[in-house]
Write a protein that binds this ligand. Structure first.
Ligand SMILES: [Zn+2]
Ligand SMILES: [Zn+2]
Length: 253
């Protein structure tokens, strides 16, 4: 009676014939060994075969728990924290005193939850993420100013021209603005992207956006000075400009 509670917790270890403190690798090795040993196909005698398949089922059941460190810890009734002298324990590369179970799935460096960044492909360290972004963002320093300049010049010329043209169409101008605004924005984005050699930069879209908006303002101002006509008081031009910017900005990212 008194023996029942304690040894019960060792049952699975007895099934696999390993010590309770056996490391995971040993449990895995023993499991492979027993699996081969009790393979029913290898046994001719019917009774022995039946025994072997029962035994195999027990082994599978035991390994399903002992082979999984988390389930094994629950079975053992101990918290799932790896002992400090266990060679498998990891310490965060940035916080040497923080234990962790995570590794960056790119460089394999141990990282704690504070250092880990979740990406669509799993946890990564911040260094690997920056490195990846640097490959993606290959713009040179001058590209930002090229994008700004090109955005400015093209918008400064296009805004008054488009504004005057659309203004002549009255209500139809509004429809044309609605239809053509995004297309014009895409075209503008393509011109800017070509000007910077197709390279991408972290701040390039912002520089381009600043160039475009100041170009529109400058073009409008010039038109105002020479004709007394202020473009931006016109809903048609506003709609066209808004749609163009909304289309251009995401394409510059
Ligand atoms: Zn990494
Ligand atoms: Zn850390």
């Amino acid at each position: 009676m008194s023996e029942q509670a304690a040894p019960k917790s060792k049952e699975l270890y007895r099934t696999l014939d390993v010590a309770e403190e056996a490391p995971q690798e040993e449990i895995a090795r023993q499991y492979q060994r027993l699996k081969t040993l009790y393979q029913p196909e290898n046994i001719a005698d019917a009774d022995a075969r039946a025994y072997a398949s029962r035994k195999l089922a027990e082994i599978e059941e035991a390994y399903a728990i002992l082979g999984d460190p988390a389930r094994r810890a629950v079975y053992d009734g101990r918290p799932l924290i790896v002992a400090p002298d266990d060679p498998e324990v990891l310490y965060c590369a940035n916080h040497p005193h923080t234990e962790t179970l995570l590794r960056c799935n790119k460089c394999g460096k141990p990282i704690c939850m504070k250092c880990a960044r979740q990406t669509p492909v799993g946890y990564r360290c911040t260094e690997c993420i920056h490195q990846q972004q640097n490959v993606y963002f290959n713009a040179m320093g001058s590209d930002n100013f090229i994008a700004l300049g090109v955005g400015f010049v093209v918008s400064a010329i296009a805004a008054p021209v488009v504004g005057m043209l659309l203004g002549n169409f009255g209500f139809f101008g509004l429809i044309i603005a609605f239809v053509a605004g995004s297309g014009a924005g895409s075209l503008l984005a393509q011109i800017i992207r070509r000007a910077v050699g197709g390279r991408r930069g972290r701040r390039l879209p912002l520089f381009a956006l600043f160039g475009i908006i100041s170009g529109v303002l400058f073009g409008s101002l010039v038109l105002l000075i020479f004709t007394g006509y202020f473009l931006l008081f016109n809903i048609t031009t506003l709609l066209f400009t808004g749609l163009a910017i909304a289309a251009a900005y995401p394409q510059l990212r």
